[in-house]
Design a protein around this ligand. Structure first.
Ligand code: ATP
Length: 256
């Protein structure tokens, strides 16, 4: 990898009809850092994630990963480059078991065909057993013991969110993008998640881009925080700097 940030967004612009959902947004994410994205509803946070994961077209600017522009990369190649994400509304396969969902996250390392075969044959073959053991290790890392064979649809919301995180980790990504990981969790779960993200980051050497409405979570985890409002970057810097920035306070209070 050439020197420079792992992820660089430069002057990114996205339009939906008359709305500029992103209006020239730029920032860097250095390897090993946690960068938090905040902003009121409709600020453009999820749109930004969708641009990086190539789900939305980008109308201007550039997004590069490890020194190479992503704009020419089709979305199905994004995971293979080492970018994994979770979704605001958990996106798991409800009819598959927890372990199978986690194993699907590993296809970046083994290829889709291999994982599909292993899933079909399950523990009948060594490869299937190994993958399934690995899935259990990722689940254990998230404090999820004894749920590997359960159906996802039978689990409470907070547990499903952790399964989704385990699946993202199973791809051993270089960049992990978390879209509101604390949304819908109770107070104790939010506290636990914060501690867990910090320790996973240290243990796995992750680089994390985090969208989150729980200010306590963003401010305590992030090295740098970017604040968006109406598609524009209104502040960037340390959590303390951004938290005290008058434009950020104004954006949240909805004043002029
Ligand atoms: P929230 O915190 O509520 O999730 P957000 O910061 O993630 O908000 P976005 O969802 O990125 O905000 O939305 C930014 C703007 O782009 C909004 O005005 C939204 O209505 C618009 N937008 C987002 N996605 C689409 C889409 N697929 N089609 C049309 N407009 C869209």
């Amino acid at each position: 990898t050439p020197p420079g940030p792992l992820l660089r967004c430069q002057d990114v612009r996205v339009r939906f009809g008359g709305i500029l959902a992103l209006d020239g947004v730029g920032f860097d994410v250095n390897e090993g850092a946690i960068v938090g994205i905040i902003g009121p509803n409709g600020a453009g946070k999820t749109t930004l994630f969708n641009c990086i994961s190539r789900l939305y077209p980008v109308h201007g600017g550039d997004i590069s990963f490890a020194g190479r522009s992503l704009l020419a990369t089709p979305r199905h190649r994004i995971a293979a480059l080492g970018i994994a994400r979770t979704f605001q509304n958990v996106a798991l396969f409800d009819t598959l078991s927890v372990a199978e969902n986690v194993m699907l996250g590993a296809h970046r390392r083994f290829g889709r065909g291999f994982v599909a075969d292993a899933l079909r044959l399950r523990s009948a073959v060594r490869a299937g057993r190994e993958l399934s053991n690995e899935a259990e290790r990722w689940l254990a890392m998230l404090g999820l013991e004894g749920v590997a064979q359960r159906r996802v649809s039978d689990l409470p919301f907070g547990t499903r969110k952790r399964v989704e995180l385990a699946r993202a980790l199973a791809g051993k990504p270089r960049l992990l993008m978390l879209d509101e990981p604390a949304a819908g969790l109770n107070h104790a779960e939010v506290e636990e998640l914060t501690v867990r993200i910090r320790s996973l980051k240290e243990r796995l050497g992750l680089t994390i881009l985090l969208v989150e409405h729980h200010m306590h979570v963003v401010m305590s985890l992030s090295d740098t925080v970017i604040a968006l409002d109406f598609g524009r970057r209104i502040a960037a810097g340390t959590p303390l700097h951004v938290q005290q920035h008058p434009d950020v306070i104004r954006a949240y209070l909805g004043g002029p």
